[in-house]
Design a protein around this ligand. Sequence first.
Ligand SMILES: [Zn+2]
Ligand SMILES: [Zn+2]
Length: 833
Amino acid sequence: MAEYNPQAIEAKWQKRWAEARVFETEVDPAKPKYYALEMLPYPSGMLHMGHMRNYTIGDVVARVKRMRGFNVLHPMGWDAFGLPAENAAIKNNMHPRTWTNNNIAEFQRALRRFGFSYDWRREISTCEPEYYRWNQWFFLRMLERGLAYRKKSRVNWCPQCCTVLANEQVVNGYCWRHEDTQVESREIEQWFLKTTQYAEQLLDDLKELEGGWPERVITMQRNWIGKSIGARVKFAVAEVAGVEPIEVFTTRIDTVYGASAIILAPAHPLAQRLIAGSPQQKDAEAKLARMRQSSMKTEDLAIAEKEGFFTGRYATNPFNGEKLAIWVGNFVVMEYGTGAIMAVPAHDQRDFEFCRKYDLPIRVVVQPLDAEPLIPEKMTAAFDEHQRGKLVNSGPYSGLSVDEAILEMSAHAQAKGFGRRETIFRLKDWGISRQRYWGTPIPVVYCAKDGIVPVPDKVVLPENAKLTGEGGSPLAATPEFVNTTCPKCGGPARRETDTMDTFVDSSWYFYRYCDPHDDKAPFDSAKVAYWFPIDQYIGGITHAILHLLYSRFWCKVMRDIGLVKHKEPITRLFTQGMVQKGGVAMSKSRGNVVGAMEMADKYGADTGRLYTLFAAPPEKDLEWSEESIEGAWRFINRVFRLVDRHAPSVRDAKHWDFSPQGLSEKERELVRVTYQTLRRVTHDFESRWHFNSAIALIMELTNEIHAAEPLEAGVRPEIRKEILEMLVLMLAPMTPHLAEELWEMLGHADGLWKAEWPIFAEAQKELARVEEVEVVVQVNGRVRAKLTVPAGMSEADLVPKALAIPAVAQHINGKRVVKQIVVPDKLVNLVVA
Ligand SMILES: [Zn+2]
Ligand SMILES: [Zn+2]
């Protein structure tokens, strides 16, 4: 009797897989391809079981597809640039490269220890010049096309990170890395990528992702892009000399005659100027300062108490010359539209609430066609269903439908020069400049003669920059780097010292896996054409906007450059649940982490893999439980002992021919439950990804086999072998080392990696079929119907079925059943009186 020894078994098979190059793949047009990918990790700290769940799910998918005959690309790499490495390096007085590479080595050790089926030849690390030079190459292509540009602008600045943040990295006014650090607004020059040029496509192509992406991710992207069709209207400010008009964006220009105020966002650049010198100056300034401080969280805007104050100034409605009070309101934000709105309380709910509170006039300018006319004093909510309305009290536009009025009034504003039709997006261009060291240098120089000049060769990050963490770009303080010659005129020039946002690195890394060592181009388009799009991408919901939106943008740019032909890089996206311990997500800072290596050392990788798959469906959160790990461990041991006991007597058995003839009752039952399990497990792997229920089915099958012991009594060796082989093959994607070992024990000299997923052929289908019988249904001894049911159905199940038959019900006809006579598999006789 052998003992299950995971350490020895797992090392043995990992070595064999490596020697046989099992997971190395190349383009093969003769085979269908499958690209399975988990989001590349940021190598910091240690890999814990929360991470491993993600990779285990991806590995099961890759292994199932491989067994089903696909040519599977399943690579791994490192998102190696970034602030945490730079900060940790400063703290530990170490070079970021050393810190990062140490972490990569640790991560690699853990991923290899778990036996994930990666093609390690394709490993990439984004901090290596062989990789990031292509970031620079892409940047220059975008520069040539006007998709990369430099401008002075207000930026989000995190005082903790000492760098600029993209809008996507500001979470409700706070830094995405520093939950307690409020983001400041600073004005500096920086580089942008024109994501807004693709706003319409990014929105439209979301349609292509339906069915393949989680609905909520699509919704989050749609909202982030935030398209609104409307008009921009200028309201001149009365009585203040030299102030430019206030521009308002509205989707309902048709309601302009119903405006009762102009409301500015607290951050609106005009707010301060309007207040200065007004009768309310002192009071208003205090209120403004308070409002600016309490930067409202976006999701709170809709429900928060609306606050505001009058600036003491007025603007003129360009349509009718009416004076409108200018207010500042906490529910108006600079990030959307122009940061100023016209308040139309009768036809917008937020305006209604605000104007009611501050007693501003409510004017109805759209009356419903199919209801009593609205009376302002009696309204309890705004009337904003524009499809049902007709304009009133709107000068020459009265009588028009809303849609007609929008067209005519926009045209009028345009003709008179105080407005125009406009489609706006919430999406902003992507600011990529970072004043930090550990990132891709932006490949341009500044020349006194030629201005901004691109650097065609790769710009390598100098290793000797001084990192202090005290703000300012470390590269700017490295004269050997800064001072250079202009590639155009040969004169002296100064290098750009900002580095790129690391989201640039992850926007296209999955293309590089297709051709990781190409030194002529970012990748060979033919290879990418074979492997793309990604069939299954797996990662956390936290990347629903940032990474996935940038990746989609990058894909569209690459298509326009002519590098790829597809519209979208990712066909299917799966967002797995978190692993929790003690009710909160595993994280180093919370100290509730179970390390991957710790797990592997104690139980082995297969138990760790099986447990994370079994404890919850993959999309749900998983609560870590030591008890359940013990359960997984015991199950694996049980399977091992089962195969070990029977292997000697079946290993030389011939292959069973699936013939149903001559099956004993015991054989028939075991074969049936085996193939039924295979059918259901196959279904779980193929469609639902309910690995947990697949494992439960395999456990049940194991129980059935145990219950039939001793198998030697009444089950022929070839059938015993068939049953055990099915069990092992079904376990192979989840516990691959164990399965290989058992496969070998069952007499296969070739690795299981060469075996195919068992096909559920006609022969097996027939054997899996539950036998059916015909049961005669009588009422008072006369045959009234026949029932076809699975053999062995109990009396308790049979009688209700019989009663439900219309022909039977008709003959009972409301009478009472006084007696029922049931002969299982044959007869139901109902006696009524
Ligand atoms: Zn920060
Ligand atoms: Zn020059």
